[in-house]
Design a protein around this ligand. Sequence first.
Ligand SMILES: *Cc1c(COP(=O)(O)O)cnc(C)c1O
Length: 360
Amino acid sequence: MNQLLTDKDDVVAGFFRPEIRSMQGYVPGEQPQGSTFVKLNTNENPYPPAPEVITAIAQAAGMGLQKYPDPLGTAFRNRAAAVLGVPPDWILCGNGSDDILTIVTRALVGPADRLRLPYPSYILYRTLAQLQGAQSEEVRFREDFSLAGEFSQSDPRLKLVFLPNPNSPSGTVIEPDEILQLADRLTCPLLVDEAYADFAECNCIDLVRRNPQIMVSRTLSKSYALAGLRFGFLIAQPEMIQFFRKVKDSYNCDALSIAGATAAISQQDWLRENRRKISFTRARMTERLRKLGFSVETSHANFVWCTHGSRPVQPMYEQLKAQRVLVRYMNYPGWGDGLRISVGDDEQSDSCLAVLESIL
Ligand SMILES: *Cc1c(COP(=O)(O)O)cnc(C)c1O
């Protein structure tokens, strides 16, 4: 190794697969540590999780962390099965739903295969395709965030289709009937990413029974207020789940997250009450933002997507940040930009609206 110091970057880069060298890497929303921001940028739930969750985690912590956890998260699957009305072997647990998306992509999509996603949507899907050396095919939503016809075109090179529903950043939904028809036209699996479905009026769990191509992913990060715990899951027919078990890390969920998630999904009254509070604040925010001249998509999630007809939104993001309010500024090349503002509690959303009112 007698390279000049300036050559070190090139040498190191040469160790990596070309796909990894050329990709950007997914950049999550800012997570300022230990500071005093009103944080409305990553769709965390503003309320603490159900107290039963904390008790369950503390109990699990006192009960033998020297042992490996249950590789299949059986306690969680049994409880979730009862709540959701599917058998336990239709459920695969993940270290957050991002882990589920990774497992599914690794299992189904190889180099030079194609993966389809709508645009604009969750940027991580593109990153997952890049990691596989696969091609991502981004099909633009129509202006009103309905699905364009190309989205349902079948193609033998296509191995997986992702559809976030409700979508991020728009908060809009595609009706389950249309999703069933979409799957019927495709020849590959369709993963409906339901990270926000607990805030919506519809979901696609029933469709999983009707077509084995359809899979649904869920997370406890948003609606159960457990982004810090890392727990998500997949619902698919058991013949599909068996293959995904081969791909996942043996112990992808730790003992504490399995215990916490099992307690969380048992608290359906807590979930309903949380959803009620979020919907209420969401309606209030939407109305006030519209009064300020924003175009706001009617949201079925715990955030709202706003654009402004006459004023650029990037300076508003900066001004909000200067006033210690963090929202997500999103700029989608070829589509446009906007602010995605998470629904906080009433006080947080009031702080955000107060800054915007002072600017506009
Ligand atoms: C937040 C989010 C996820 C990831 O959830 P985690 O369980 O925290 O990994 C997946 N998909 C979409 C669309 C999301 O917004």
